[in-house]
Design a protein around this ligand. Structure first.
Ligand code: F6P
Length: 730
C-alpha cells in the first residue's frame, strides 16, 4: 500500500500540473475550430438566403421582406440578420439586429460578452453586387462546450495518472519478485561465497557487490571467532556472553536442580545431585549468572526459597539463582517416574529394558512440560532471551516456549543417546515429541551418530524439509539446526584445588574401607542404574580372579552407587541384584568388591578417584559418561588407568583408555589385567594425552560452542529481519 502511494501520488500530481498548463491551449484551439465552423455555416446560410432575398427586394414588398428576416432568425444559432446596400445603408434587418453594427465595417462590432459573431457576404443580382447580407450568430455554445471539454480533459488526465501509476506498481512488483526469486535461488543451500559467485546476471552484480561490502563491514566489526583457537575458561565464557550475546538474558530449564535442600539430622543441608547434566551445567551457570529453572525436589526446598520461589546458590558463594517449580506427587509420578524414566529412558538407551508407555503418564508429562514452559516465560525479562532446555524430561517445552516467545533462541540439549528410527518408532507419541523438539533453534546431542539417528527419525515420522548438508530441519517454516556438542567437565576441576595429598587420601580410603594399605584399588562411581553395567563390571572382577589368580587379595573394586529413581521397581530390583552379586563374588573372593550404595558429595568422589588405580566405566549405553572424564581430571599425578565401555560417547574422545565391550566379560577381565599390569610410563603417557584433550575440550567449550552458534543465529536472524524490512519498504 505504502509502495502504491509512493508511485500514485506523485504521478497524479504531475499529470494534474500538465493538465493545468495545457488546458488553455486546448481551449484556444477548440474556439478557433468552432469559429471556423460558424463561418462555414454563415456562408451556407448566405448562399441559401441570397436568391429569395433578391426576388423579395425586386418585389419591393417590405412586409414580405420583414417577414423573411424574422423567419430566418428563428434558427437557434442565427441571432440577427440584416441587409446593407451599396451605400452602406442598413436597408432591412431583423428586429433584434444590434444597433451598434455598422454597415461600413460590420466585423468591427465587439459585443460585451463575446457571445455574438458577425460576418457579411455579398448579395448579387444578375451578376451585379447589390449589397451585403450581415449575419449575427450566437456563439455562446462555444464557451459552454469549452468548459465541458476542460472538465473532461482534467478528469482524463487524473484517470490516466492513476492507470499509469498502477501499471508501474504492478510491473515494478513483478520485476522485484523475479529479482528476489533469483536472489533466493542463489542464496539457497550454500555458503556466502558460493552465493555471491552465483549472482552473475548483470542486474544482480551491483547487489552482489553491495553484499560483499556489507559482509566485509560486519566482518570488520566482529571478526568471526575460531573456537579452536580459544582457550576455554569461565572468563572466556563470560566475555563471550558479553561480546557475542551483548549480555543477553540466559535461562536454563531442566528437571534436576543443582542444589537440593533436605533435612539431615535436624538441619537443612544443600546436596549436589549425582547427575551428568548438573555436573556440566553448574560451572556454566556460575560463569553466566542467569536463572536456572528446575523441579524443587528436596524436602526442605520450600523452606529455602523467597516469595518468588527463588533461591540464590551456590550456598557458599551465591552467583546465580534457582527458580523452583513445584510438582504434586501425581505429577512427579506420571511425568518423571512414568513417562520420562519408564518410557523415554529405556527407549533411548539400548540396554534391553522394555519401555512402558501409559496414557495417564503421557497426560502428566504434557501438563508438567506446560508448567515448566510457563515458568520460563514468566521468568524471562526480555522477549528474546537465550534459553537452554535440558534433556528428555522436557521434550515438549521448546515448542511451548516458542509459541509464547517467538523471538527466543532456544537451545535444547539431549543428554542421553538418540536411538535409531525403528527403535524410536515404538513410542506412541513420537510425533508430538519430535514436533516439541523442533520448536528449538538448535538441538544438540553428544555425538554425530545421535544427530544422524535423530534426522533419520524425523525423516520417517514427520513431513519436514531436511538439509543433510547443513543438518538443518525445517518444519512449518521454522528451521532447527541439529548439532553435536560433546559434553565435558570443568577444567581445572574445582574439587582438585582443596584436595589433600595423594598419599593421604590413598591411605584414608583404604583404611575407611577396611582394606590393606597396599591393596590395588579399582573404582566404579555411578548412579544405581541398569544402563551403567554395574553387574557386568562385577562379573569382570570375578573373571579376573579366575583367569589371573595372582590378583586375588591384591586387587579390590570399590563401587559407589548413588541411589536413583527408587520409586521404580526396576531400580529397587537392580539394587537387590547388585547387592546379591557383590555378596556372591565376595563369598568366593573375599574383599573383591566393596559396595557403597549411598550418595557421595563431589569432594568425596574426587578423593576416591585419586585414591584408586583403575577406574571402571562399563555402561551398556551412555550419552557421554562424565565419570570417565572426572577420573582423568582428578589425576594430576598422571597415574592410573581407565577402562571405558565402547558404548559411551566418551569412548570416541578418549581412545587412550582401554576400550571394552561390557557384554564381553572375558575381554573386560583381560582389560582389567592389562590395566593392573600397565607400566607407570605407559599410564603417564595415556593419562597425559587424555588430560590434554580434556583441558582443551572442557565444559566451557561445550557451552561456548552452543552459545557462539546461538549468537551467529541471532545475528543472521537480525540480518534477515533487516532485509525483510527493506523488502516491505520496496
Ligand atoms: O547424564 C545426564 C543424566 O543421565 C540425565 O539425563 C539425568 O537427568 C541425570 O543424569 C540423572 O538422572 P535423574 O535426574 O533422574 O537423577
Amino acid at each position: 500500500m505504502r509502495l502504491a502511494l509512493r508511485f500514485v501520488v506523485p504521478m497524479v500530481a504531475i499529470l494534474a500540473l500538465i493538465a493545468y498548463a495545457t488546458i488553455p491551449l486546448f481551449e484556444a484551439l477548440d474556439r478557433r475550430w468552432a469559429i471556423r465552423d460558424v463561418e462555414v455555416r454563415a456562408r451556407l446560410i448566405a448562399n441559401t438566403a441570397s436568391e429569395p432575398l433578391v426576388s423579395l427586394i425586386d418585389s419591393k414588398d417590405n412586409r414580405k421582406i420583414q417577414r423573411f428576416f424574422e423567419r430566418a432568425v428563428q434558427d437557434e444559432r442565427l441571432f440577427a440578420l440584416g441587409f446593407c446596400d451599396m451605400q452602406s445603408v442598413l436597408l432591412y434587418r431583423s428586429s433584434n439586429f444590434p444597433q451598434a453594427i455598422r454597415c461600413t465595417d460590420t466585423r468591427a462590432y465587439q459585443n460585451p460578452v463575446l457571445t455574438l459573431h458577425v460576418s457579411d457576404y455579398p448579395v448579387e443580382a444578375d451578376g451585379k453586387t447589390i449589397g451585403k447580407l450581415v449575419l449575427v450568430q450566437d456563439i455562446g455554445f462555444v464557451g459552454n462546450r469549452s468548459t465541458e471539454t476542460k472538465r473532461y480533459l482534467f478528469w482524463l488526465f487524473i484517470v490516466l495518472g492513476l492507470v499509469i501509476s498502477f501499471a508501474n506498481v504492478v510491473i515494478a512488483r513483478l520485476s522485484f519478485q523475479s529479482l528476489m526469486g533469483r536472489m533466493r535461488a542463489a542464496l539457497k543451500g550454500g555458503t556466502i561465497k558460493r552465493t555471491l559467485s552465483r549472482m552473475q546476471s548483470p542486474e544482480l552484480l551491483p547487489l552482489a557487490q553491495d553484499m560483499r561490502n556489507f559482509l566485509r563491514d560486519i566482518g570488520s566489526d566482529r571478526p568471526a571467532r575460531d573456537e579452536n583457537q580459544i582457550s576455554w575458561t569461565p572468563k572466556t565464557l563470560k566475555n563471550l556472553l558479553k561480546e557475542e550475546l551483548a549480555g543477553d538474558e540466559v535461562l536454563i530449564v531442566s528437571n534436576r536442580e543443582p542444589y537440593i535442600h533436605s533435612h539431615v539430622d535436624g538441619k537443612i543441608e544443600a546436596r549436589f545431585p549425582a547427575s551428568g547434566l548438573v555436573t556440566a551445567l553448574e560451572p556454566i551457570m556460575r560463569a553466566c549468572s542467569g536463572t536456572w529453572i528446575a523441579h524443587g525436589s528436596g524436602d526442605a526446598d520450600r523452606e529455602t526459597v523467597d516469595d518468588h520461589d527463588r533461591v540464590r546458590v551456590p550456598p557458599e558463594k551465591p552467583s546465580y539463582q534457582i527458580r523452583r517449580v513445584w510438582l504434586t506427587p501425581e505429577e512427579e509420578q506420571g511425568y518423571y517416574y512414568g513417562f520420562s524414566n519408564e518410557g523415554l529412558w529405556p527407549l533411548c538407551h539400548v540396554a534391553y529394558a522394555r519401555p512402558v508407555f501409559r496414557l495417564p503418564d503421557w497426560e502428566q508429562y504434557k501438563a508438567v512440560n506446560q508448567k515448566f514452559a510457563d515458568v520460563v516465560v514468566q521468568e524471562a525479562r526480555t522477549e528474546d532471551p537465550v534459553i537452554l532446555v535440558q534433556d528428555y524430561h522436557l521434550a515438549l517445552v521448546p515448542r511451548m516456549i516458542r509459541e509464547k516467545l517467538p523471538n527466543a533462541t532456544i537451545i535444547t540439549f539431549w543428554h542421553i543417546p538418540w536411538p535409531n528410527a525403528e527403535a524410536f518408532g515404538i513410542c506412541p507419541w513420537r510425533e508430538e515429541i519430535l514436533k516439541g523438539l523442533l520448536g528449538s533453534s538448535i538441538l544438540g546431542f553428544h555425538t554425530r551418530y545421535h544427530c544422524n539417528n535423530f534426522i533419520d527419525t524425523i525423516d520417517r515420522t514427520l513431513e519436514t524439509r531436511i538439509d543433510r548438508e547443513t543438518s538443518q530441519i525445517t518444519f512449518r517454516g521454522k528451521a532447527t539446526a541439529i548439532k553435536s556438542y560433546p559434553i565435558s567437565i570443568e577444567w581445572p576441576p574445582k574439587h582438585v584445588d582443596n584436595q589433600r595429598s595423594l598419599a593421604e587420601v590413598r591411605a584414608e580410603v583404604r583404611k575407611n574401607n577396611g582394606l590393606p594399605d597396599d591393596m590395588i584399588l579399582g573404582i566404579g562411581i555411578d548412579r544405581l542404574d541398569y544402563t551403567k553395567g554395574i553387574c557386568e563390571r562385577f562379573l569382570a572382577v570375578e573373571r579376573l580372579f579366575e583367569r589371573y589368580p595372582e590378583w586375588i587379595g591384591k586387587f579390590s573394586l570399590i563401587q559407589i552407587a548413588a541411589p536413583s529413581r527408587e520409586a521404580l521397581d526396576q531400580y529397587r530390583n537392580l539394587g537387590m541384584q547388585v547387592r546379591e552379586e557383590a555378596a556372591r563374588i565376595n563369598a568366593k573372593f573375599p574383599q573383591a568388591i566393596t559396595l557403597k550404595i549411598q550418595h557421595h558429595g563431589p569432594q568425596q568422589v574426587f578423593e576416591h578417584y585419586r585414591a584408586c588405580d583403575v577406574c571402571m566405566v562399563t555402561s551398556l549405553h551412555d550419552g557421554m559418561n562424565l565419570v570417565a572424564k572426572e577420573f582423568v581430571a582428578a589425576r594430576d599425578d598422571e597415574r592410573g588407568s581407565l577402562i571405558l565401555s565402547q558404548f559411551t560417547g566418551a569412548a570416541s574422545e578418549m581412545p587412550e583408555a582401554l576400550i571394552v565391550n561390557p557384554y564381553d566379560i572375558e575381554q573386560c577381565a583381560m582389560a582389567l589385567n592389562a590395566a593392573l599390569s600397565m607400566p607407570s610410563e605407559e599410564q603417564r603417557a595415556r593419562m597425559h594425552s587424555m588430560r590434554g584433550q580434556l583441558q582443551e575440550f572442557n565444559v566451557y567449550r561445550w557451552a561456548g560452542r552452543m552459545l557462539i552458534d546461538a549468537a551467529r543465529m541471532r545475528q543472521h536472524e537480525r540480518l534477515r529481519g533487516r532485509i525483510k524490512e527493506n523488502e516491505a519498504w520496496l
